[in-house]
Design a protein around this ligand. Structure first.
Ligand code: 5GP
Length: 225
């Protein structure tokens, strides 16, 4: 694929310069562990100023170096349960003995300002977000080129013991069975190519008619002149 023909930064010039605006979108990236979604997410966040990462709320204690409002919002269990009962979370889950969730208000504010929000979450979180906000969600499932390659990449990361790699590979297969619930599929043969494909999807979704405001006025104005 010729990268130059499919990627250029979204600067909004085409719509903002003629008085239109747009609602932001929620871009979900999911993949089996080791297929590259976190690396792709980091690349997008580093190169595209129109997208920011979603910051979750959690009840787990901060790890050394983690900052409130940057890595997570750290809350007590009663405070988190209060957020659940008030409907203040778009989705939440109980993972490894702690609560994790996505706060509604902050996401809604960003979408209203025309900013996109990136989510690095699994299929369960994706299901919940899609049910709550289908029209705002764009979901991409990143697949490895093969199970052998996935296992090789997990070994190359050097983070896990053999036993943990075996466990991750079983979980990975289960995770991959949810591919049908996603809007787009990207096979990560190599990082540059996968990033270019994700950028192309994002660029197209930013021009979706349903997300644009002011098109009618713009067209009316042309009729008058
Ligand atoms: P960690 O404690 O290592 O930061 O995260 C543990 C797990 O919680 C990870 O698998 C991560 O994907 C998941 N997680 C983090 N934030 C959220 C969230 O907002 N919602 C859900 N459903 N899972 C989350």
């Amino acid at each position: 694929m010729n990268k130059e023909t499919v990627t250029f930064p979204f600067d909004g010039k085409d719509i903002y310069q003629v008085g239109m605006s747009r609602r932001g979108l929620m871009l979900i990236l999911s993949s089996p562990s080791g297929a590259g979604k976190t690396t792709i997410a980091k690349r997008l966040l580093g190169t595209d100023k129109h997208i920011t990462s979603s910051i979750s709320v959690t009840t787990r204690a901060p790890r050394p170096g983690e900052q409130e409002g940057v890595d997570y919002y750290f809350r007590s269990v009663p405070d988190f349960e209060d957020m659940i009962s008030k409907g203040a979370l778009l989705e939440y889950a109980h993972v490894f003995g702690n609560y994790y969730g996505t706060p509604c208000a902050e996401i809604e504010a960003k979408l209203n300002q025309g900013k996109d929000v990136l989510f690095d979450i699994d299929w369960q979180g994706t299901q919940q977000l899609s049910q709550k906000a289908r029209q705002d969600v764009v979901s991409i499932f990143v697949l490895p080129p093969s199970m052998e390659e996935l296992e090789k990449r997990l070994r190359l990361r050097g983070q896990d013991s053999e036993a943990v790699i075996t466990q991750r590979m079983t979980k990975n297969y289960d995770e991959m069975c949810h591919w049908e619930e996603y809007d787009y599929i990207v096979v990560n043969h190599n990082l540059e190519d996968a990033v270019a494909r994700v950028e192309a999807i994002l660029l197209a979704e930013r021009h979706r008619r349903a997300r644009l405001f002011g098109v009618g006025d713009f067209v009316q104005q042309m009729k008058k002149s």
